[in-house]
Design a binder for this molecule. Structure first.
Ligand SMILES: C[S@@+](CC[C@H](N)C(=O)[O-])C[C@H]1O[C@@H](n2cnc3c(N)ncnc32)[C@H](O)[C@@H]1O
Ligand code: SF4
Length: 459
């Protein structure tokens, strides 16, 4: 049985293009107001504080390209020379960042993402970890996580990662149906995944996450329901159930996907709702927008207790004070700025070889940005806003500040997306599914004539 009944008319109404709010303000409104000098100033201020750090490291390489991929990737056949060249510049970036910070900071959360971090050889994995541990204090009791691709994660690499101190991993599964896998150029049999998963469990990782995507070519409610059943059978601690983001104007290779093979939006939503109810029935708790965790998992507990946070690494229980991203296309959030690294590899290499930090653009947040950032964050992580908490934090009343937004809140209440109860504004069960639509009403930049670029659809 589905948890929420949704008809086609509702889907049509709410299926609009909208941001996923991994940041606010969203990346399309960033500009060159943030450049190397601005970033260096913030690194220095951070260095003078006692604040701790979340560090993200981006490894952009993949051996082959998955047709649906929306990540920042560079396709290279397996050859150590590509990653060796990349690591040499990444180490320069790490040294520069550490030099401007001016002291050895503690990393509470370390995350390697991509692309494919397991594109690195065992030796390269070891070198990168050791370099990080030389430059920073890596808190081995913190979250040390890596995204792995089952096709490139050998058992030897898993052993090496565990021995170094990695305690969490996230596996790209997407879909287990052979027809879907073939259509998206990502063939990885269930047996191989099951075998690797058992090995990782035995190796003692504290938490294992699976990434799934709904809305891919040739998916049907039945086929994806089989995928979800098999995933449930393996019992990963967490599952990210992503909506396929089709953005061919940003990711040219997605143009190769024949749209006639994609499930229409009502079927896509059915696939999601079916998967969601299977996961809930199996004891997973729905966490914020698109994550699920076993009831005993610390993420589920934090969500129940209102202690969940979101950054570019996803949802987290233990937010560090500041967030630094290293590598091609990485994003940092320091003090009051977002800083975004260059996307083109030659430029990234050129700047670092010249001794410069490869910052391309970003955003300096105004007070209004920070207030809306907090509000959208509360909706994405907790599905609710406590007006008293808002007042305490910003010394102004929620209703007084958001006068223009009252009409949006009223519409959301009328549409059954939100309810207002005394001092709290809360998403309903329906509103939780369309949380991006609710957040969009608080996004000041979407209202402007020159509203930022195009986004994927909310369904
Ligand atoms: C960097 S990848 C994970 C690591 C590794 N590259 C892999 O694919 O196994 C991060 C995740 O983003 C998700 N993803 C990639 N492209 C997407 C898209 N267009 N829409 C929704 N999710 C997407 C996938 O679930 C993928 O596992
Ligand atoms: S989904 Fe993962 S493996 Fe596939 S192209 Fe994207 S980053 Fe690479």
């Amino acid at each position: 049985m589905l948890a929420v009944a949704i008809d086609r008319e509702t889907i049509r109404k709410f299926d609009v293009a909208g941001p996923r709010y991994t940041s606010y303000p969203t990346a399309p409104v960033w500009s060159d107001e943030v450049h190397e000098r601005v970033y260096i100033e913030r690194l220095k201020v951070f260095g003078q504080s006692e604040k701790v750090l979340s560090l993200y490291i981006h490894i952009p390489f993949c051996r082959t390209l998955c047709a649906y991929c929306g990540c920042n990737v560079i396709v290279r056949k397996q050859d150590d020379k590509y990653a060796d060249e990349y690591l040499s510049c990444l180490f320069k970036e790490m040294d520069l960042v550490a030099q401007y910070i001016g002291r050895k900071k503690t990393i509470r959360q370390l995350h390697w993402g991509g692309g494919t971090p397991t594109y690195l050889s065992e030796k390269q994995i070891e070198r990168l970890f050791q370099k990080t541990a030389e430059v920073f204090n890596v808190d081995l009791k913190g979250e040390i996580a890596i995204e792995i691709d089952p096709r490139t994660a050998t058992k030897e690499k898993i052993d090496r990662l565990r021995a170094l101190g990695f305690n969490r991993l996230s596996m790209g599964i997407q879909d287990l149906d052979p027809n879907v896998q073939k259509a998206v150029n990502r063939e990885q049999p269930y047996e191989m995944i099951g075998d690797l998963y058992a090995y990782c469990r035995q190796a003692g990782f504290r938490s294992i996450n699976f990434d799934l995507i709904y809305g891919l070519p040739f998916q049907t409610t039945e086929s994806f329901s089989r995928t979800v059943s098999r995933v449930i059978g393996l019992k990963p601690d967490r599952i990210a159930l992503y909506s396929f983001a089709l953005v061919p104007w940003l990711k040219k290779h997605q143009k190769k996907i024949d749209e006639a093979t994609l499930p229409p939006s009502d079927v896509k939503l059915d696939i999601f709702l079916q998967a969601r109810s299977q996961l809930l029935d199996a004891g997973y708790q729905a966490i914020a927008m698109d994550h699920f965790a076993l009831e005993g998992d610390e993420l589920a507990k934090a969500f129940r207790e209102g202690g969940l946070y979101r950054n570019f690494m996803g949802y987290t229980v233990k937010p560090a004070d500041e967030y630094i991203g290293l590598g091609l296309t990485s994003i940092s959030f320091l003090e009051d700025i977002y800083a975004h690294n260059h996307k083109a590899l030659p430029e990234y290499y050129r700047l670092l070889r010249a001794g410069m930090l490869p910052v391309e653009r970003g955003k300096i947040l105004s007070m209004d940005d920070r207030i809306r950032q907090w509000t959208i964050g509360a909706l994405m992580c907790r599905f609710r806003i406590d007006k008293n908490e808002f007042k305490k934090k910003f010394e102004t009343s929620f209703d007084g500040y958001f006068t223009e937004e009252q009409a949006h809140i009223g519409r959301c209440v009328k549409d059954g997306l939100m309810k207002v109860d005394g001092e709290t504004v809360e998403a309903t069960e329906l509103g939780k599914i369309f949380i991006r639509n609710i957040c969009m009403g608080f996004d000041r930049y979407l209202r402007k004539q020159d509203a930022p670029g195009r986004f994927s659809r909310t369904v």
